[in-house]
Design a protein around this ligand. Structure first.
Ligand SMILES: [Zn+2]
Length: 193
């Protein structure tokens, strides 16, 4: 962000009075532009003992497998966004239940919060959208574990197949941290009964 959205003056990076963080500020019109984390919303679509994954047609992680997910839009709920992303990326329709909220990941390093909902596919009519190269169903022993796009996808799938054995799907929240050596740790912070 370089110029003011209101008066087009050049912005300065400073701590405003009464604040304790650096912000983009416009001295010409006294505007402050706050930047806050983005929500990424998605689903874990399942059918029988299989789950649906999308092979990414875009960077980052082009060619890797992921769950359908994307940035929430203004004016929609997290669940509406997840349903929309599932339709856009996988051409799939899902059946949402009242216990569909499943995993939440805080990624302070990249200023994102991920939310995944568990949802059964309404039917087997799915096809790759423009952001996917391929969409397919995988049983647990078919999951391309080494070809998954993101740690949040890996963690959500691991918990899903374990929970499936127990037929209990608690809601879990994790914090994801990156060490100096880029090693990723995912820590369980909270879970429902
Ligand atoms: Zn301004």
């Amino acid at each position: 962000m370089k110029y003011c959205h209101h008066c087009a003056s050049e912005l300065v990076h400073k701590i405003p009075e009464g604040d304790d963080k650096l912000r983009h500020c416009c001295d010409a019109c006294d505007s402050i532009f706050y930047q806050n984390p983005n929500n990424v919303v998605g689903t874990l679509p399942y059918y029988g003992d299989k789950v649906l994954l999308c092979k990414r047609a875009i960077e980052p992680r082009l060619g890797k497998w992921t769950l359908p997910a994307g940035f929430m839009e203004n004016g929609e709920s997290s669940l509406e966004g997840a349903i929309r992303e599932t339709r856009e990326e996988a051409g799939a329709t899902i059946k949402v239940r009242e216990d569909s909220l499943y995993t939440l990941f805080n990624l302070p390093k990249i200023n994102q919060v991920y939310l995944f909902f568990r949802a059964e596919l309404a039917d087997l009519n799915f096809q790759a959208g423009v952001e996917s190269l391929e969409v397919a169903l995988f049983a647990e022993d078919e999951i391309p574990w080494d070809e998954l796009a993101f740690p949040v996808v890996h963690s959500t799938l691991k918990h899903y197949f374990a929970d499936r054995q127990a037929q209990r799907f608690p809601v879990r929240m994790f914090d994801v941290h990156y060490s100096a050596e880029r090693k990723i740790t995912t820590t369980l912070i909270s879970h429902s009964a």
